[in-house]
Design a binder for this molecule. Structure first.
Ligand code: OFO
Length: 169
């Protein structure tokens, strides 16, 4: 049995996943505007993955005979000073989402909602992976010299990373 309180919390997270999709779509546009075609591709894929996270929550609420509610989504940032600032922003965003997922898990346990607790396990693993991905890019950005051809190398790397299958993520 899923409580109204849990449904509200899942709907909040559903809308946060939407925000994440929009944030990464906007970031892809910034990258494209700066000539970073690999980064553009990478963030477009990340945006699609976030939509998948939203749909998972949407379908779960439907499966539980509850109503998914799509609210108004806050507009994401449009301007960034550099690719490093943009990636750092994305990494911090993922840390915030991890915090939100952890809170959801805590609520599910507290409310003895073990179906939702089980459903959320996928998100725990996903957040761990996403934080690792963004942290690894930050690490690479600190190794290369972004003022010379380092940015080109990072862009190529992001293009390669965007080739991984995101359907299950
Ligand atoms: Fe939906 O995982 Fe990132 O934000």
């Amino acid at each position: 049995m899923i409580t109204k309180e849990m449904v509200n919390k899942l709907n909040q997270q559903l809308n946060l996943e939407f925000f994440s999709a929009n944030l990464y779509l906007q970031m892809s546009a910034w990258c494209n505007h700066k000539g970073l075609k690999g980064a553009n591709l990478f963030f477009k894929k990340q945006s699609m993955a976030e939509m998948n996270h939203m749909y998972r929550m949407f379908d779960y609420l439907n499966d539980m005979s509850m109503m998914p509610v799509v609210g108004s989504i806050e507009a994401p940032s449009v301007c960034f000073l550099s690719l490093t600032e943009l990636i750092t922003h994305a990494y911090e965003h993922e840390q915030t989402i991890t915090y939100k997922i952890n809170n959801l898990v805590h609520s599910a346990i507290t409310l003895q909602d073990y179906s939702t607790f089980h459903f959320l396990q996928w998100y725990i693993a996903e957040q761990r992976e996403e934080e690792q991905i963004f942290k690894s890019i930050i690490d690479k950005l600190t190794i290369v010299n972004v003022d010379t051809n380092g940015l080109f190398l990072i862009d190529q790397d992001l293009k390669n990373m965007s080739n991984v299958n995101i359907i299950d993520h």
